[in-house]
Design a protein around this ligand. Sequence first.
Ligand code: VG1
Ligand code: CO
Length: 543
Amino acid sequence: PDIITVATQPIAGQKPGTSGLRKKVKVFQQPNFAENFIQSVFDVVERDEGATLVIGGDGRFHNRTVIQQAIRMAAANGYARVLVGQGGILSTPAASNVIRKYGASGGLVLSASHNPGGPDEDFGIKYNIANGGPAPEGVTGAIYERTLTIDRWLSVDAPDIDLDAIGTVSVAGMSVEVIDSVADYADLMETLFDFDAIRKAVASGLTMRFDAMSAVTGPYAREILEGRLGFPAGTVVNGTPLEDFGGHHPDPNLIHARELYELMMGSDAPDIGAASDGDGDRNLIIGRGRFITPSDSLAMLAANIECAPAYKGRLAGIARSMPTSAAADRVAEALGVGCFETPTGWKFFGNLLDAGKVTICGEESAGTGSDHVREKDGLWAVLLWLNILAVRGISVDELARMHWARFGRNYYARHDYEGIENAGADALMDGLKAALATLPGQSFGALTVAVADSFSYTDPVDGSVSENQGIRILFEGGSRVVFRLSGTGTQGATLRVYLENYVGTDGDLDAETGAMLADQIAAAEAIAGITRNTGRTAPDVIT
Ligand code: VG1
Ligand code: CO
């Protein structure tokens, strides 16, 4: 093709965070901003002649614009084929599946996930590698280095393609296939779960509500839950993806999915309520009258995963991110399988999954997934819950109580302080680091510090080391507080404080979480000086 070379200069601030590059849409709309980043990806990632690239996003504002440009750039950069979801739509787990299924060398996932969308909100670009998972730190580091020296990006002279028409077109000699966004993913789910058992349970009265939050999972949930599993029409609410998510924050937690929570706590509650986020990789699970924390959900799913046909007899191990509660560790121990603790972010699970060391992984931030793809997967978790409830014939609340009666309960909460000043956030973290050596032995109220450290991870597969992944304060008796700064925000800093208190099987297994964490909350304030450093007296979001 005739390649157009456009001169450019490095643009500051293109370092990928926990999950790709996220900025305000207005930042992405600056000349060369998206192009510089995409070209940096194409300049450094591994691929052979004739490589296939997958492109798709969560449908938020600016999605189509960047997709059209990325297609032209892929043609100029020697890709032979692009697969793009119809309408530019691919949920993050669906994109991961398409990359794997069609042997692509990688994919561009356009999303800012749980962040709000629209002209004044957020956009993001993430690169996934050939295994379908987020690029590991070695690759994101190389992409960032490239953004610091880039002086040109490549394109071709070609018009926009019709993203809404399924079929194949040529863009300057490169084949572009617009594919059904949902079919491959829905087919994969049918191979994993006992759809017959779920259909029977639905026919005998199992009820649910799925809130797609006007984000990407709507079409997937409608096809699978209402189409293939027989839940009545209307089970999926907010099921049409909107460019601004209807003005809402597509984060499935008790604050932003308030309506669902209230329904589930009321007298008209269905058996199970669920929600997913902007790009479809998170899940919220609420039984009638019973919220399940994501950390507990991981443990409960792991303990019951063999109810699902594709997992029968093959649970190899469980991995969780460091701030996620240790509930899953108890399951791994009881089942005699491997147990891994990684830094925050799905990219750290990829090697463990590829090596067959773990089968299921999860994060406290409402992310759960397995080796079926290399991303966390919101609907997958919902379907596994449905599969388990259908096979065991129990309610969410009964399952939770039985689980705690067997393993004990890790009371858990995360407190987020959003949009705080960077200086205060840095001062808080620096203060903690400086105090690490002197904290052990000190008492804060009822709690005495046993261990204080900055979490560092050595990947057991490739030996790579990731340092500074959060400050851990472990108390005598086994409770803990973890502090870290978010790597997905686009404004100021967000402090996350993770609180955990384990109660054994002989303790109070049905207490209020807030009360069970009161000592840890007080100790967190005393140790970190949250109010002094951030000016805040209460968190913005408690999950
Ligand atoms: C947050 C979560 C993390 C998750 C990441 C991406 O990161 O804490 O567990 O993997 O978001 O999720 P951070 O750095 O802001 O704490 V998603 O659904 O936004 O792709
Ligand atoms: Co997400």
